[in-house]
Design a binder for this molecule. Structure first.
Ligand code: NDP
Ligand code: 8X3
Length: 250
């Protein structure tokens, strides 16, 4: 029987590419995000090959998250795979100059949002004693870099939650793993720099950054391992990147 995946942040970047690769592999989809027009367009395209349901909610809104999961149509209720992907960086300043509203966004979306979505879906997996959760962390959750402060803290939290989830769900046979990318060219930097295209473009200049497809294909590899194999934690860089800050540029 076909599997069903619940993907947060499917309107763009890594989440969207993951939805596309899953659809190519016959995995039915629940695609989530705030931008309804984008979700509808994606659902229309991918709906030609698999069953697709769209959920429009802000992961910060606890009630909306639970309502979205509770009101899934019967054919989408048995979620096999959860991709906790929704997230962004907001700002890149020294901590003493940082904007507390940006801090709230990163902690509320990247950490609390991931928790709310997981809380809504874990019982479904526990009940069935089966499931696979993939958390999208970052190199920022492995190394702190200058001005990364709260974004790094939020991704260190994802790393801790990935470990905690794996330990707590172990007795139910549920797989939990993280993928932690370095530089991936998406809308990420446009969000981080609040629409400043020059600043955003500079992040990816002079190197071949990872693409959302690179990450999606790796996620597909993770979810297609045999039942006894769980990829627990994976760090992935473009070849030109050796650490959070060591990047070879032309
Ligand atoms: P994008 O900006 O392209 O995509 C972010 C996605 O998250 C969008 O679909 C957006 O949907 C969703 N999202 C953001 N805020 C919310 C919210 N409050 N509620 C619901 N959905 C939300 O960035 P990426 O694809 O690069 O980012 C995806 C994940 O990958 C993030 O967790 C990011 O931290 C991580 N990552 C990215 C790297 C990179 O270099 N790009 C490297 C390492 C990790 P919408 O706005 O429609 O709600
Ligand atoms: C995104 C990659 O290096 O901007 O998580 O933190 S980085």
């Amino acid at each position: 029987m076909s599997k069903t995946a619940f993907i947060t942040g499917a309107t763009s970047g890594i989440g969207k590419a993951t939805a596309e690769v899953f659809a190519q592999n016959g995995i039915n989809l629940i695609i989530c995000g705030r931008r309804e027009d984008r979700l509808k367009e994606l659902a229309e395209t991918l709906g030609k090959s698999v069953a697709v349901h769209t959920c429009i909610f802000d992961v910060r809104d606890k009630e909306a998250v639970f309502k979205a999961v509770e009101s899934l149509p019967a054919e989408f209720k048995q979620i096999d795979i959860l991709i906790n992907n929704a997230g962004n960086a907001h700002g890149l300043e020294p901590l003493n100059e940082g904007n507390p509203d940006d801090w709230d966004s990163m902690i509320d979306i990247n950490v609390k949002g991931l928790l709310y979505v997981s809380k809504a879906i874990m019982p479904i997996m526990v009940e069935r004693k089966s499931g696979h959760i993939i958390n999208i962390g970052s190199v920022a959750g492995k190394e702190v870099y200058a001005n990364g402060n709260v974004y790094c803290a939020s991704k260190y939290a994802v790393d801790a939650l990935n470990q905690g989830m794996r330990i707590d769900l172990n007795e139910y046979g549920i797989k939990v793993g993280a993928i932690n990318p370095g530089l991936v060219e998406t809308e990420f930097s446009m969000v981080r720099f609040k629409g400043d295209k020059d600043k955003a473009d500079k992040v990816y200049q002079g190197l071949d950054a990872l693409t959302p497809l690179d990450i999606a294909e790796t996620i597909m590899f993770m979810v297609s391992r045999p039942p006894h194999v769980n990829i627990a934690d994976l760090l992935i860089f473009p070849t030109a990147q050796a650490s959070a800050t060591k990047v070879k540029r032309d």
